[in-house]
Design a protein around this ligand. Structure first.
Ligand code: KIV
Length: 262
C-alpha cells in the first residue's frame, strides 16, 4: 500500500489494515519486504529509540531524522510521520513549516494527536494536499494531563466525547483515525459510525486495522507487558543469547575460525 486511498478501499472491502512503527533504515528494509500495509514513524521513537519516559521529548528534528532513515529503506509502503508535541500548535506558519519538514524528509502523510484545537489546522493541511491521520483515546503527548498511560473512554461522558471527536476528525478530512487504549465496544461503535478506517492499539478486535510498536511485537523490552500486547518474538532473549554466544566465542578463541579469516 502506498496511497491513503487504499486505506479507504480496504475498509470498504472489509479488509483489515496492518500498521507497525518504524524508526530506522535497517528495520525499514526488513518491513519493506513484509506484507504490512503501512509504517508509522511514531513519536514513540523518543521512548523506544532515545530512552525518554514520554513522547513529549520528540521534536521536529528528531522526527525528520527518523523519517529520513525510514524513507531510505521503505520503497513501496505508505509512510506516516507523527507531528510531535506542540509542533502543530505554534500558529499556521510554523505548522506549515513543520509539516513541510516532515513531508520532505519522506512522509506521505502526517498523524496529529487529539481533536481539540486541531480541527482548523487539519482542514488547512488536507486542503493543502497533506493527508492527515487522527489519533484519539490515549493521546500520549497529553500524558501529563491524563495522569498516565491509562484506558480512556470508560465513562459514558468520556466515551461520547471520543465518538464526537472521531466525527469531527472525519469532517475535517482525516483519512483515518488511530484509537489508542479504549474499550473494545467503544472502538466498535466508532468504526461503525464513521466511514474512514479506524486503526486500533489496545482498542480490541473490531477496528478497521491495528498498529503496534515494532519493538513491542518483537518482544525487545522484557519488562513491557501491557494486556493489549501480543509478542511475536522473544527478541530480548534472542538478541541477548546471540551476543553472549559471540562474546563466548571471542573469549574462547572460537571466532573467527579459518573460514572466517583471509
Ligand atoms: O507514536 C506512536 O508509536 C503511536 C502509535 C502507538 C499509534 O502513536
Amino acid at each position: 500500500m502506498n496511497s491513503v486511498k487504499e486505506f479507504a478501499k480496504m475498509k470498504n472491502d472489509n479488509k483489515k489494515i496492518s500498521v507497525v512503527t518504524c524508526y530506522d533504515y535497517w528495520s525499514a528494509k526488513i518491513l519493506d519486504k513484509t506484507n504490512i500495509d503501512a509504517v508509522l514513524v511514531g513519536d514513540s521513537a523518543a521512548m523506544v529509540m532515545h530512552g525518554y519516559e514520554t513522547t513529549v521529548n520528540a521534536d521536529i528534528e528528531m522526527m525528520a531524522f527518523h523519517i529520513n532513515a525510514v524513507k531510505r529503506g521503505i520503497k513501496n509502503k505508505l509512510i506516516i510521520g507523527d507531528m510531535p508535541f506542540l509542533a502543530h500548535k505554534k500558529g499556521i506558519d510554523q505548522l506549515v513549516e513543520n509539516v513541510d519538514t516532515i513531508m520532505k524528509a519522506g512522509a506521505n502523510a502526517v498523524k496529529i494527536e487529539g481533536a481539540d484545537g486541531n480541527l482548523e489546522s487539519i482542514e488547512y493541511l488536507v486542503k493543502s494536499g497533506v493527508p492527515v491521520m487522527g489519533h484519539l483515546g490515549l493521546t500520549p503527548q497529553s500524558v501529563n494531563q491524563l495522569g498516565g498511560f491509562k484506558l480512556q473512554g470508560k465513562e459514558n461522558g468520556a466515551a461520547q466525547k471520543i465518538i464526537n471527536d472521531a466525527k469531527l476528525l472525519e469532517e475535517a478530512g482525516c483519512f483515518s483515525v488511530v484509537l489508542e487504549l479504549v474499550p473494545a465496544e467503544l472502538a466498535r461503535n466508532i468504526t461503525e459510525i464513521i466511514s474512514i478506517p479506524t486503526i486500533g492499539i489496545g482498542a480490541g478486535p473490531h477496528t478497521s486495522g491495528q498498529v503496534l510498536v515494532l519493538h513491542d511485537l518483537l518482544g525487545m523490552d522484557d519488562e513491557f507487558k501491557p494486556k493489549f500486547l501480543r509478542k511475536y518474538l522473544n527478541g530480548f532473549q534472542l538478541i541477548k543469547d546471540a551476543v553472549n554466544q559471540y562474546d563466548d566465542d571471542v573469549k574462547n578463541s572460537k571466532f573467527p575460525n579459518g573460514k572466517e579469516s583471509y
